[in-house]
Design a protein. Structure first.
Length: 267
């Protein structure tokens, strides 16, 4: 392991540069992470083995399993064969609601996410965020530019996504990296929630394509502005419009594009 980037490993191989040469590259670690509630496995995801507590809290909040970090009464990281278990304990009423939801989503064929109930879950309505929160074009550019210098793992591997939270006063307050773009945003959500901070007063910044799942998570966070270096999907734009979120994409050194919510962008 590289001591400065403990979530990557050095890989030696060969590269073509007009002729064959030896090469060495840092590759991101990826591990299976089981999120369990009261010793019942809810899901297993591939993730970067870092910021596990942020991930567990953010995932639990964004999926509506809990309503506040304190609803997770106990948390531990348990090494397991082939991965790790993020073991959480929640109150009986919350566990009952989760089990009811799991039974509903299992479907008649038992395939996990099947049928119309599962489609409705994937396309569930997004909550509307509050009004206000105006940012100038230069502030949007500053938020987008703040990610790259802070991406330690991304810089050495070129193989992970990043999500961040940027504020006018403090700049980039949090950055999390992960092989999964959803995981990275969940980790930021968890970091904010544990710190008792709201996403309302800042900008969620993403390195990845902006999909509907990311808009759904940002809306749950209460984020009023999303800035991505890539473009959104059409469905993500419709969801952001419904949530009254300002959605900015293709944010590069020469500018950005506004897909909805332009009233929050000042001169």
């Amino acid at each position: 392991m590289n001591p400065e980037t403990p979530w990557s490993v050095s890989f030696k191989g060969a590269a073509w540069r007009g002729s064959w040469v030896e090469s060495e590259r840092e590759l991101p670690e990826e591990t299976a992470v089981a999120l369990t509630y009261n010793r019942v496995t809810h899901t297993v995801m591939m993730a970067t083995p870092a910021d596990f507590h942020d991930f567990a809290v953010g995932f639990s909040l964004s999926e509506g399993i809990v309503g506040h970090p304190s609803d997770i009464e106990d948390f531990s990281v348990v090494p397991a064969e082939g991965g790790v278990e993020l073991r959480m304990w929640i109150a009986a009423p919350l566990m009952t609601a989760l089990e009811r939801r799991r039974r509903r989503l299992a479907g008649a064929t038992g395939c996990g996410m099947c049928g119309l109930e599962s489609l409705a879950e994937a396309l569930r309505p997004v909550p509307q965020v509050g009004a206000g929160g105006v940012f100038s074009p230069s502030e949007i550019m500053a938020a987008a530019a703040s990610l790259a210098p802070a991406q330690i793992l991304g810089r050495v591997t070129r193989a992970v996504h990043a999500a961040g939270f940027w504020q006018k006063q403090s700049g980039l307050w949090a950055l999390r990296e992960d092989v999964g773009r959803h995981n990275a945003l969940d980790k930021v959500y968890g970091a904010l929630a544990v710190a008792g901070m709201s996403a309302e007063a800042g900008v969620v910044v993403l390195t990845s394509r902006i999909s509907i799942e990311l808009v759904q998570k940002a809306a749950r966070m209460g984020a009023r502005v999303i800035v991505g270096v890539s473009a959104p999907t059409a469905l993500a734009v419709r969801a952001a419009t419904d949530a009254r979120i300002t959605l900015v994409g293709v944010a590069r050194e020469d500018g950005f594009e506004v897909f909805c919510g332009g009233e929050r962008l000042g001169k």
